[in-house]
Write a protein that binds this ligand. Structure first.
Ligand code: MG
Ligand code: ZN
Length: 218
């Protein structure tokens, strides 16, 4: 019985996600769902990414957090439109929350919309929100066992950003194992090693992003 209910929730969510997708497509926007555990560097990656690409493309952001506006304030300082969702306890964003938040964004003026999901390696991978691309961040400080422990996130994502690469000499973490296990789960996964602190790898990531995604204004 319980499994049936969960399936229904996901079915309903998928339908709303499809509607979101149509709205975004009609506005000519490419949408990226950014996921990771808390503290891996989603907002820091957004800051670096937006600073690097904002002269070339028009970016908007939806921030998802259980409470507070700290991350939205960080994004607002970069001069791009941002909406904060407070899930008030929910550990992931769903399509309905995105449908509501999108109403407060100037969709026709945007090329790329980043959605920063709630920090969590589990259920954000299960809930579509109407995105074109799922990107996950794994910080080296989280250890090299995460692909085997949270396989769905690695299977669902198209891009894996390995953040805090500047710390690699201080950590007992096997980067090659992370890459090998991730690619075993998802052979098409594109992997970038970056440091949001030093800026290492950010250009490779943003260049890949701008050449591999597309948006078309009506
Ligand atoms: Mg954040
Ligand atoms: Zn959740």
């Amino acid at each position: 019985m319980k499994i049936k209910v969960t399936t229904k929730i996901l079915d309903a969510n998928d339908r709303i996600a499809e509607e979101n997708k149509k709205i975004f497509k009609n506005a000519g926007i490419f949408v990226i769902n950014l996921m990771s555990s808390p503290g891996a560097g989603k907002t820091s990656l957004l800051e670096r990414t937006i600073q690097t690409i904002k002269d070339k493309v028009k970016v908007g952001v939806i921030e998802g957090d259980i409470t507070g506006t700290t991350d939205a304030e960080r994004i607002e300082r970069l001069g791009v439109p941002v909406v904060q969702i407070n899930t008030e306890g929910a550990c992931h964003l769903d399509a309905n929350m995105i449908a509501e938040a999108a109403k407060d964004l100037p969709l026709n003026d945007l090329d790329i919309l980043f959605i920063e999901n709630v920090g969590n390696l589990v259920c954000p991978a299960e809930f579509k929100v109407g995105e074109d691309l799922k990107v996950m961040i794994l910080s080296l400080t989280e250890g090299d066992d995460k692909p085997m422990k949270y396989p769905l996130m690695f299977q669902e994502s198209s891009v894996l950003i390995l953040n805090k690469i500047d710390l690699k000499d201080y950590l007992d973490v096997d980067i090659e194992k992370i890459k090998k296990d991730s690619l075993n789960l998802n052979p098409k996964l594109k992997i970038f090693e970056v440091s949001c602190k030093t800026g290492q790898g950010i250009n490779e990531w943003t260049e890949w992003l701008l050449t591999n995604i597309s948006w078309k204004k009506p």
